[in-house]
Write a protein that binds this ligand. Structure first.
Ligand SMILES: [Zn+2]
Length: 112
């Protein structure tokens, strides 16, 4: 009376149960939206992850990125003013680090 033949659960089982949500890497279930590994032995850990605020937010961004061009995505995800300011600041830093003249950043402003 050793191993009962219950259904064998693998990360791939979970991947099929939650389509378009996970990758399997080295026997680990990795959320494609969060790029975060999720324990797959118990289904509840996965449903908890999938229903978490963080995941939902990441999934929205992920779906938007998959559907739209990059600029449309930025427009959508940074619709409120504070986020926009933060994004412009980040962008300026990127440009500065890349040695791109700030006048070129200004040229992008109509899009920001
Ligand atoms: Zn996730």
């Amino acid at each position: 009376m050793t191993s009962k033949s219950t259904k064998r659960i693998t990360p791939y089982t979970r991947q099929k149960e939650f389509p378009n949500t996970f990758n399997v890497l080295n026997n680990t279930l990795v959320c494609i939206c969060c790029e975060h590994s999720v324990s797959w032995e118990h289904k509840v850990s996965i449903t908890t992850h999938v229903n978490s605020k963080t995941h939902k937010k990441n999934k929205q961004n992920y779906d938007a990125a998959a559907q739209n061009s990059q600029f449309q995505t930025l427009e959508d995800s940074f619709s409120d003013v504070e986020s926009k300011k933060a994004m412009v600041k980040d962008l300026v830093e990127v440009f500065v680090k890349a040695n791109i003249p700030l006048e070129k950043v200004n040229a992008l402003r109509p899009f920001l």
